[in-house]
Design a protein around this ligand. Structure first.
Ligand code: IDP
Ligand code: MG
Length: 149
């Protein structure tokens, strides 16, 4: 089954939005299969955001993402990679549609509360950055028969 990497960023944790964000993905029907709380060090932050090295916002982004705890997760479900991106809303919360996580909970691009992998290649890379294979759980929910054909 398709998997993606999702992270509640330090602003989301500090603003006590973790439960709401997890609840939002749970209500949709996606399955939480791995979760940990951690504070990123410089090296992990630079690896996580490797594609943005050299951009003007990169130093600020690394400072921010290492500034407090994050909640790192793996979510599973049909179309979960694109599905989570759509539920997150646009990168800039000013452009995120009402009803999306960023549309509801954020106003600034540098404080947009959630990260989600943007492609299958990113998902695989990001999951491996944060989780060992044995930390990703396989289980059946009683609701699976009502959610997945
Ligand atoms: P994404 O999080 O929607 O995938 P990316 O383009 O991958 O967006 O950028 C990673 C993160 O870097 C964004 O979530 C945002 O927090 C931050 N960011 C992106 N563009 C800017 C910018 O122009 N100024 C400040 N921060 C930015
Ligand atoms: Mg991105």
């Amino acid at each position: 089954m398709e998997k993606t990497f999702v992270m509640v960023k330090p602003d989301g944790v500090m603003r006590q939005l973790t439960g709401k964000i997890i609840g939002y993905l749970e209500q949709k029907g996606f399955k939480l299969v791995a979760l940990k709380m951690l504070i990123l060090d410089q090296a992990l932050a630079e690896q996580h955001y490797a594609e943005h090295v050299g951009k003007s916002f990169f130093p600020g982004l690394v400072d921010f993402i290492t500034s407090g705890p994050v909640v790192a997760m793996v979510w599973e479900g049909p179309g979960v990679i694109k599905g989570v991106r759509e539920l997150m809303g646009a990168t800039n919360p000013a452009e995120a549609l009402p009803g999306t996580i960023r549309g509801q909970f954020a106003v600034a691009i540098s404080r947009n509360v959630i990260h989600g992998s943007d492609s299958p290649v990113s998902a695989e890379r990001e999951i491996a950055l944060y989780f060992k294979p044995e930390e990703i759980l396989a289980y059946t929910r009683p609701t699976d028969i009502w959610l997945v054909e």
